[in-house]
Design a protein around this ligand. Structure first.
Ligand code: OOG
Ligand code: MG
Length: 262
């Protein structure tokens, strides 16, 4: 940690304003080259406090940069976590305004809904299998607040891991009914297959990615609790969207989630 609390608060104000106003800001490390991962999470926590003060409720956490495709696309090779709030949920059938974002992109992910708390350290795949009530298909809409969607690890963490919105499928499946690793998905945009993948792309097993989220969030003093939703990470690269686009994550055995943009 290199930043004083007053500076953390100042940067958190800038990041939150950029998120709310859909405005790009320079990457934080341009002004603070010594910013480290601890500083990034300190800023993220201060950003979270601003969401809570605005009336958002924290309903879950997400993994970022847990697949090779994402690591290759973004050039950042360490995973990170971000928080999700009730107001980030896209209600089924409601179009998402592109103009609410700087440069939104979409990802297909497996979402885990917890029926029990996860340990904050020493969390294993077995703990995740035990605690998961069901999984649902998800489309995550990410949006970096940094110019050109370009960042390093401390900066993207400060920006809550590019979290913007997410849409969940309506039909849950129990993990025991699925082969989590070979679970296939096609990310379809305007009827064209943009990318395909299998859930093992995410940390070898999406349940292992959830265990990692429990560890990383736990280290921040943020336990993953029963009732929370955890996004396990983009399986393929993310794709930019424009008004009028229709995005469909079509999962083998898990069903489909559609998101329309306006
Ligand atoms: C960071 C967020 C990554 C994922 O699923 O890997 C993420 C980014 O790529 O902007 O959500
Ligand atoms: Mg994601």
């Amino acid at each position: 940690m290199s930043l004083a609390q007053a500076e953390i608060e100042r940067i958190a104000d800038q990041v939150r304003a950029a998120q709310r106003d859909a405005r790009a800001i320079p990457m934080i490390t341009l002004e603070h080259p010594d910013l480290d991962v601890g500083d990034g999470y300190a800023i993220q926590s201060a950003v979270q406090a601003r969401y809570r003060a605005e009336g958002h409720r924290i309903i879950g956490w997400k993994a970022g940069l847990t697949s090779r495709a994402k690591i290759a696309q973004m050039g950042v090779d360490k995973p990170a976590v971000g928080f999700m709030t009730d107001r980030m949920v896209v209600p089924a059938g409601t179009p998402v305004p592109v103009a609410d974002h700087v440069h939104p992109r979409v990802e297909a992910e497996v979402a885990f809904v917890l029926g029990a708390d996860l340990p904050t350290s020493g969390c294993t795949v077995e703990h995740v299998l035990e605690a998961t009530a069901f999984v649902v298909p998800a489309v995550e809409i990410i949006d970096s607040r940094f110019e050109n969607f370009s960042f390093d690890l401390p900066s993207v963490i400060a920006d809550n891991c590019s979290t913007a919105r997410f849409a969940l499928g309506s039909r849950g499946r129990r993990l025991a009914e699925l082969d989590r690793r070979t679970l296939g998905v096609s990310l379809v945009i305007n009827g064209e297959v943009a990318a395909t993948g299998a859930a093992a792309a995410v940390w070898g097993d999406p349940a292992a990615s959830v265990a990692l989220v429990a560890e990383l969030a736990g280290a921040l003093g943020e336990p993953l609790r029963a009732g929370m939703t955890v996004l396990s990470g983009g399986i393929t690269a993310a794709f930019a969207v424009s008004p009028g686009d229709v995005v469909s994550a079509r999962f083998q055995d898990l069903g489909v989630v559609d998101v329309r943009f306006r």
